[in-house]
Design a protein around this ligand. Structure first.
Ligand SMILES: Nc1ncnc2c1ncn2[C@@H]1O[C@H](COP(=O)(O)OP(=O)(O)OP(=O)(O)O)[C@@H](O)[C@H]1O
Length: 328
């Protein structure tokens, strides 16, 4: 395995460094970074890049691995990451699920909680993941197929707060998976091959193995173009969300589940939907889906005393002019 004390500078090192310089808020010098390493090529590539740049940037680096217990070889996978980390003289933190997790979504949700807990406990301000440009393109397509709005298409942002003290950072969004493959081969990095990667069991793998190659046959640059689309939409989402947030404070009551529909009536539909989504997120136990947001949006112009069916948890939205109220 190639050491990190005298890095053999590659094009990818230069590209990565240039991304960090052009986005100085991502991984500022001396920051404490908890690198989320699955053992796969993307996160191992990320770890080597960070290690090689570390002398200049003086970060405090450590590695976190989450064992979802979803595969029979998951403990060996964790052991592999621990050994790679030891070889590079970094601290290693692991979380193991108490019981095998069911499905990708459950695994992801548990993983983020586990990573946040590790970061909070050990004083890391940033969790850094190996998401690539290819992941961004695949996530955009995945969300498009599911009928997502702008927010889902602005897939995988560079950085977002997870808690008051911890940020999630994805510094490899300009790097494609073929580049991480080449990098790992060039430096003989020890990669853990995920046994589910080549299976088409999950939608995301189907997108990766079938849809992207079909789109690349039409336009070889499709991954870059999709990632650019996500980047553009991300800025639009940020802008719309900031206006919606201001409008929400103007039309809502601080501690009551009420919205002033008279004030909302003149806003564009796009903002009405965003405000109502924020309202439902604040007052319902689960994030609302599109149909639920639509039902409440229709109440803006509905006759007095109109109401929706009950939402999960039993609340209904009803019109009590000029208010839309959530009631039990
Ligand atoms: N078991 C794990 N332990 C630690 N980090 C992990 C693990 N699995 C994934 N990661 C981190 O998440 C990144 C993305 O991995 P992957 O694409 O497999 O996840 P995902 O389920 O699609 O997650 P997301 O919804 O966040 O995209 C990896 O590069 C790595 O940084």
């Amino acid at each position: 395995m190639a050491g990190s004390s005298k890095p053999d500078w590659s094009d990818l090192h230069a590209k990565f460094q240039s991304t960090l310089r052009s986005r100085p808020q991502l991984l500022p010098p001396q920051e404490s970074l908890l690198v989320a390493v699955s053992g796969g090529q993307d996160s191992v590539c990320l770890l080597k890049l960070l290690l090689d740049l570390q002398p200049n940037w003086r970060w405090h680096l450590a590695v976190a691995h989450c064992d979802h217990q979803m595969r029979p070889d998951s403990a060996t996978n964790a052991q592999h990451v621990s050994e790679v980390t030891g070889h590079w003289n970094l601290s290693f933190y692991q979380k193991t699920a108490e019981q095998p997790l069911q499905g990708e979504a459950a695994a992801r949700s548990w993983r983020y909680h586990a990573l946040i807990a590790l970061a909070e406990t050990h004083g890391f301000s940033r969790i850094v993941t190996g998401h690539t440009k290819s992941d961004r393109a695949e996530t955009l397509l995945h969300n498009l197929i599911r009928g997502s709005g702008l927010d889902g298409l602005a897939a995988l942002t560079w950085q977002r707060p997870l808690t008051e003290n911890v940020q999630l950072v994805r510094p490899m969004l300009e790097i494609g998976r073929s580049q991480t493959t080449q990098f790992c081969q060039h430096f003989h990095l020890p990669i853990w091959e995920d046994s589910t990667n080549q299976e088409t069991r999950y939608t995301r793998n189907q997108i990766r193995l079938h849809l992207i190659p079909a789109l690349e046959a039409i336009n070889p640059q499709v991954q870059t173009h999709l990632a650019t689309t996500a980047e553009l939409l991300d800025a639009d989402v940020e802008y719309l969300e900031s206006i919606a947030k201001t409008l929400y404070t103007q039309v809502s009551q601080p501690n009551l589940p009420q919205l002033n529909r008279q004030l909302l009536a003149d806003a564009p539909l796009s903002l009405q939907r965003r405000v109502i989504r924020q309202f439902l997120i604040q007052w319902l136990p689960h994030a609302p889906n599109f149909a639920q947001v639509e039902k409440v949006t229709h109440l803006i112009a509905a006759p007095n005393r109109s109401q929706t069916d009950p939402f999960p948890g039993g609340r209904i939205a009803c019109v009590h002019h000029p208010w839309i109220e959530l009631k039990l």
